[in-house]
Design a protein around this ligand. Structure first.
Ligand code: IVH
Length: 663
């Protein structure tokens, strides 16, 4: 026990150190595998000795119970926004105002990158992270503590015991933004327009487990502390010393010329950064001078946001065509005259849906401004109406699918127009590509070109047919030789051994992405069990909501699905989870419904939930007549009274542990 405690505290320290090096210094000293190994060792120990888990344990960052909504909290001091300047002239005006108020000839400024993310206020007391609040209207914001707790870049514990408020920007890297959108696309969810929206969306998740899955980053740009530091630069140094990530590009300059020169140097360079910046923030460096200069009702007079002109290009919309997605969604795409923008040539931009076309007022033939969201995704920003010739034509959503000619359908209250023909060749191609994808069956060599050829030649009409392709058929296709034919057939055959989780994802059930596939595979182990599960049973799984549950049931009842699955069964495709993690716990909660309430002292709530599940129980969020047990921590609230009313068995945290351990 003593040895375990020592090792756990060592591991906690070591992992937190690696987090710091990775997130704050951008300078990791170990690889991912080694890092994962340390985390796993700590997790295993915490599982064995839940009472020894430390409050600053990095394993806590997995998220807890979903909540119904956010509580509004008042800021300790208003969270103002910045006045903007767009030109050298406006920056000089700002400097002049400041100098006049201070009655000095020259002012020292700190210049920082303006990170394009979401502002957060973080409160620490007695060295512990206590609360995180969004900016909101500047006076009060939303309490997003549970979500922010999952952000590894933000320390949970600091070695400074006075109360302190740290403000800064939560943001996403371009890579993470692309990853999230890619995943959302695979789940048939709408994608985020830019990294800032994706960050805001991630912080506003009602389920902190979802936030935990997104790698949100953070840069601190202000601190309010009891220490009497004289300069903003020293505050940043202080934050850095206490292990908050602070952007390394801040500099101090005397006089506005040097400030302007530094700002200009970033105008091009910013495109090489792995995250979005929309300008520079210029701040009076001496805090006493900031006090003298003061505030207007909306902004500090001692700071200015110098905004970069957004990197834009103009081009012409040659045509607006429509694309058919895997789930039949019809997406209008603007075909553009090729133009070079932020590092690559752009010739297409998604217009998302008809509402967006209406909002932009874009017509075929229009000249438009385009921009890249997150430096990656080209978007039409606005139409240059002054350059219209009168030759422009309106886009009309076709009434029939461009791929299969079946009538398109728009459901009441939905923006999306869909092709409902399950056999539509465009949908079939997309479904086969999804099935063959890396997270699914991982069939190497089965790309767009190959799939298009197979569908167009009538060799396959769904992904079930892949397993019945023969050498003679495939070699007939254009540009196929002996070797490439053998390779593709071998890759298809090999995919039969993929695990259930990959298979489930590959099926392409609407709303079910990789995460849902994982949960289903963990809980069902075989496809047959899942096929027979009613929606009521699916909803009891954590993270599976009613919409997804309904979608799963519909999917398996569908005649077309049954046919395809039939083919896959005949082909001998694996449909059981091979790596079943057998629970070694006694099933003391078998078939029971357990609710957890109040603050648990010896373990995170997620840990307790896992213990219940491993002991055969189901965790539910609210007490009802059907509840069997209520586990109570500190400050239990109304659930305890309700449970007593229903005669539910009550377990203290200790009793609960005894129960799952000794039971
Ligand atoms: S200082 C009194 N510094 O930009 C306001 N803000 O438009 C002090 N931002 O709300 C803000 N990077 O969310 C400051 N280095 C930086 C920043 C920064 C991004 C955001 C922040 C603020 C907004 C103002």
């Amino acid at each position: 026990m003593k040895a375990a405690e020592k090792r756990m505290s060592e591991l906690t320290r070591e992992i937190n150190e690696h987090n710091y090096r990775y997130y704050s210094e951008g300078n990791p000293v170990i690889g991912d595998t080694e890092y994962d190994r340390l985390v796993k060792e700590l997790k295993d120990l915490e599982e064995k000795f839940p009472l020894l888990r430390r409050p600053d344990s990095p394993t806590q960052r997995v998220g807890g119970q979903p909540i119904d909504g956010f509580v509004t909290v008042r800021h300790l001091r208003p969270m103002l926004s910045l006045d903007n300047g767009y030109s050298r002239e406006e920056v000089c005006d700002f400097d002049q105002r400041v100098r006049k108020l201070l009655e000095v000839a020259q002012v020292e400024y700190t210049v920082e990158l303006k990170i394009d993310g979401v502002a957060l206020s973080l409160i620490y007391q007695s060295g512990r992270f206590l609360r995180a609040i969004t900016r909101g209207d500047g006076i009060q914001g939303d309490d997003v503590t549970e979500n922010v707790r999952t952000i590894s870049a933000i320390p949970l514990q600091i070695d400074y015991t006075d109360p302190i408020e740290v403000r800064g920007e939560a943001y996403l890297s371009h890579d993470e933004f692309a990853r999230i959108n890619h995943q959302r696309e695979s789940e048939g969810e709408p994608v985020f327009v830019n990294p800032r929206n994706a960050t805001a969306g991630s912080l506003k998740q009602l389920d902190s487990k979802e936030t935990a899955r997104r790698k949100i980053l953070f840069f601190a740009w202000a601190g309010f502390l009891t220490e009497d530091l004289k300069e903003h630069r020293l505050v940043l140094d202080f934050l850095r010393k206490h292990r908050f990530p602070v952007n390394p590009q801040s500099r101090v300059f005397k006089g506005i010329d040097a400030v302007m020169e530094y700002c200009n140097s970033w105008e091009e360079q910013r495109h090489t950064l792995p995250y979005d910046t929309d300008g520079m923030v210029i701040k009076v460096n001496h805090l006493a001078w900031q006090d003298v200069v003061g505030f207007t009702s909306k902004n500090p007079r001692w700071a200015l946001a110098y905004k970069f002109p957004a990197e834009q290009a103009t081009t012409r919309v040659k045509d607006i065509v429509v694309q058919v997605g895997r789930l039949g969604t019809i997406t209008p795409i603007a075909e553009l005259e090729p133009v070079f923008l932020s590092g690559s040539t752009v010739s297409r931009a998604s217009l998302h849906n008809q509402d967006e076309i209406k909002r932009l007022g874009v017509k075929i033939g229009d000249r438009v401004f385009i921009e890249k969201a997150g430096e990656i995704i080209p978007q039409v920003i606005r139409v240059i109406a002054e350059l219209r010739t009168g030759e422009e034509t309106d886009f009309v959503m076709p009434e029939n699918c461009p791929a299969c000619a079946s009538r398109l359908h728009q459901a009441e209250g939905e923006v999306a127009v869909r092709c409902l023909n399950i056999r539509c060749p465009a949908q079939v191609k997309e479904r086969v590509l999804h099935f063959a994808g890396r997270d699914a069956m991982d069939i190497e060599g089965l790309g767009t070109e190959m799939v298009t050829a197979l569908v167009d030649k009538g060799l396959i009409s769904d992904f079930g047919d892949l397993y019945f392709l023969t050498y003679e058929k495939v070699i007939e296709l254009d540009r196929m030789a002996k070797k490439s034919t053998e390779n593709i057939l071998a890759a298809i055959a090999k995919s039969k051994e993929r695990d259930l989780v990959n298979f489930l994802f590959g099926l392409g059930i609407r709303h079910a992405g990789t995460r849902a596939a994982e949960i289903l595979a963990e809980n069902f182990f075989t496809l047959e069990e899942l096929e027979q599960a009613p929606a009521e049973k699916l909803i009891t799984l954590r993270e599976i909501g009613p919409v997804l549950a309904e979608s799963i049931v519909d999917f398996f009842q569908d005649a077309e699905t049954r046919k395809v699955i039939g083919k896959l069964k005949i082909a001998g495709v694996n449909m059981v989870q091979k790596e079943k993690k057998a629970s070694t716990r006694k099933q003391v909660f078998a078939g029971k419904s357990v609710v957890i309430t109040g603050i648990l002292e010896g373990m995170a709530r997620s840990e307790a939930e896992r213990l219940v599940k491993e002991s055969g129980g189901r965790v539910s969020g609210s007490v009802s007549q059907k509840t069997d047990y209520l586990v109570v921590g500190k400050d239990p609230g109304s659930k305890l009274d309700k449970a007593r009313g229903f005669g539910v068995k009550i377990l203290t945290e200790e009793e609960f542990l005894e129960f799952v351990r000794g039971g």
